[in-house]
Design a protein around this ligand. Structure first.
Ligand code: GRF
Length: 194
């Protein structure tokens, strides 16, 4: 099963997927990493792990649709099965969605529908919640609203600081993304309808 990973920042989810040997054994191949931020740390990680990178900046196109058309053109020859968003800080539009229907998956650091949008961990922490979570879902045309695939709750303890909570949420993200990808690989390898 071939995937493209889209990322904009640190790349810890990207690295967790790369480092998971079970996923590789099950036949996961990361064909390319697409990044919209030339200064992002995730690019260094791609170089470290020898994964091809496509740096594509929205600023270089007249509109979102031509920006995504360039991505579609680039991805065509790779014949990828899924686009995996891992900290990709852009809203995906119908241009890309219609090319990959139910094939674009996102991870969000909250128990959706709670705390959709930006700064989700920080907002849950500031609201003194007792728990937050991680959600993996298919993308649709709105922000953080597509069909759910898997969710996991993450506790917030009284003496937590924001960095401690962030670390806990990220480590759940890394586990959950691998779990979901392992399930998709099993389905794919059995030839089941995805
Ligand atoms: C993650 O918290 C993810 O849920 C969110 O952006 C963050 C990306 O982190 N969409 P990283 O770049 O994978 O370290």
């Amino acid at each position: 099963m071939k995937i493209a990973i889209f990322a904009s920042g640190n790349g810890s989810n990207f690295e967790a997927i790369i480092k998971n040997t079970l996923l590789r054994d099950k036949g996961l191949s990361i064909s390319i990493m697409v990044c919209d931020k030339p200064e992002a740390n995730v690019i260094k990680l791609a170089e470290k792990y020898k994964i091809s990178v496509f740096i594509n900046q929205l600023e270089n196109y007249p509109d979102r649709s031509s920006y995504e058309e360039a991505i579609i053109k680039l991805l065509k020859p790779y014949d990828i099965d899924y686009i995996i968003l891992a900290g990709y800080m852009r809203v995906v539009t119908s241009t890309l969605l219609s090319e990959y229907p139910r094939r674009i998956i996102n991870i969000h650091p909250s128990y959706l529908p709670a705390y959709s949008g930006l700064r989700a961990i920080e907002r849950a922490f500031e609201a003194n919640e007792e728990e937050t979570g991680v959600t993996i879902h298919y993308i649709d045309e709105d922000v953080d609203t597509g069909p759910l695939i898997q969710q996991k709750k993450v506790p917030i303890y009284k003496n937590d600081t924001l960095p401690i909570l962030e670390k806990r949420v990220h480590s759940v993200e890394h586990e959950l993304y691998s779990e979901v990808l392992a399930k998709l690989l099993d389905q794919y390898n059995k030839g089941e309808q995805l």
